[in-house]
Design a binder for this molecule. Structure first.
Ligand code: ADP
Ligand code: NI
Length: 219
């Protein structure tokens, strides 16, 4: 595939997901996909992963998310149809689809992606759940599901296996304990680890401040 064909394909994929995510206010908007794509491409460049596979997997990584679309989350009808309709060679398409299936967070049952491209996309997706942007997304997601910001009476989420994670309905602050504060130690690439440490410190600072204000300790 020429560079020009690859660039056109990437642009088509951008437009495709832009339409798909139009109107989402639950933290899965098109800008999330674009941030993940930008970060994944930067990680790919630093780690030597294939740029096109990485870009396509990043662009399509949430196109079949079960929280947004009907489906079992295992077959990827949107992503597969996009790749087929754009004449993407079968071997490229297979690598993109495998990377996508390995990305998602399932508590401590999450998988380590089998390819360098999958590792870059997974790191990029997780970085976007952390830091200032991650905090904003957590409360946007919780709000979109009608959940409380925090409920002090709620037990802290300590069990982090995939099944419990999937079933739990918790306040948004509890989401930090079931997911966001675990991500720092789950990065694949050294570059992402460094960024994750910074974002993790910021989230911990945020929580300290949050509890202090909640208790009126600062007045
Ligand atoms: P991703 O797009 O990173 O794969 P998810 O689909 O798991 O993430 O969720 C989208 C966003 O909503 C992420 O920022 C995630 O941390 C957040 N989120 C997921 N579940 C919850 C929850 N129960 N409470 C608050 N935020 C959540
Ligand atoms: Ni995502």
């Amino acid at each position: 595939m020429t560079d020009e064909t690859a660039a056109l394909l990437e642009r088509d994929a951008e437009n495709y997901v832009k339409e798909l995510f139009a109107g989402d206010a639950g933290g899965h908007d098109w800008f999330h996909t674009m941030r993940v794509t930008r970060t994944a491409k930067a990680l790919a460049q630093k780690t030597g992963a294939d740029p096109l596979i990485t870009a396509l997997a990043a662009l399509l990584h949430d196109a079949d998310d079960r929280k947004l679309f009907d489906g079992d989350g295992a077959s990827l009808p949107h992503a597969a149809a996009f790749l087929a309709e754009h004449g993407v060679p079968a071997d490229v398409s297979a690598r993109v689809l495998t990377a996508i299936t390995e990305v998602s967070f399932k508590g401590t049952d999450s998988v380590v992606p089998s390819s360098p491209e999958g590792k870059c996309v997974q790191d990029a997706d997780r970085l976007d759940a952390m830091g200032a942007v991650g905090i904003a997304r957590a409360f946007a997601y919780g709000g979109s599901r009608g959940r409380a910001i925090w409920d002090p009476a709620e037990p802290r989420a300590t069990e982090t296996d995939g099944k419990t994670y999937e079933r739990r309905v918790s306040s948004s602050v509890n989401h930090f304990y079931e997911k966001l504060l675990l991500l720092k130690d789950m990065m694949n690439t050294d570059e992402a680890k460094r960024a994750a440490e910074r974002r993790d410190r910021f989230m911990r600072r945020f929580l300290e401040e949050f509890y202090a204000e909640w208790d009126g300790a600062d007045v």
